[in-house]
Design a binder for this molecule. Structure first.
Ligand SMILES: [Zn+2]
Ligand SMILES: [Zn+2]
Ligand SMILES: [Zn+2]
Length: 136
């Protein structure tokens, strides 16, 4: 059952599965592109903005979503598909033609070595260019 899978995922991340959270997570998990709060509002017109926003914040705090700043000025989110201990996101491709930000889930952010005393907690990696559907 799809719903059960969603509920389990919430519980595994220490989140109480309320009906709002299940619905929002269902929409999030379908997405293989980065999305904004507004994208989610459009997909769930029956839901109020602040409930969606709170759910997105919660998912981010519990490492189910990553926040991405792709330079468009809109806060974007994408589903965490990290594997293993290190919570290092995949890289993103931002298309300057259509403004979409794609999750390149098979491509992990390269690990950089840092000077002594610097401890990495997260990293963001955005590649900019033209996506296949805009290439013409
Ligand atoms: Zn992650
Ligand atoms: Zn494009
Ligand atoms: Zn992503």
């Amino acid at each position: 059952m799809v719903e059960e899978h969603l509920i389990e995922h919430l519980q595994e991340h220490g989140i109480k599965p309320t009906s709002v959270r299940i619905l929002v997570w269902k929409e999030c998990s379908k997405s293989h592109k980065a999305f904004t709060l507004q994208d989610m509002e459009e997909r769930m017109p029956q839901m109020d903005r602040s409930s969606i926003f709170r759910a997105l914040r919660l998912f981010t705090e519990h490492h189910m979503l990553h926040e991405i700043d792709d330079g468009t000025g809109f806060q974007k989110y994408c589903v965490c598909r990290c594997e293993g201990e290190q919570h290092l996101n995949h890289i993103h491709f931002s298309c300057r033609e259509c403004g979409r930000t794609y999750c390149l889930e098979e491509y992990a952010i390269p690990i950089v070595s840092l000077p002594d005393g610097y401890k990495m907690e997260e990293a963001e990696y955005i590649v900019k260019g033209v996506c296949p559907s805009c290439k013409g």
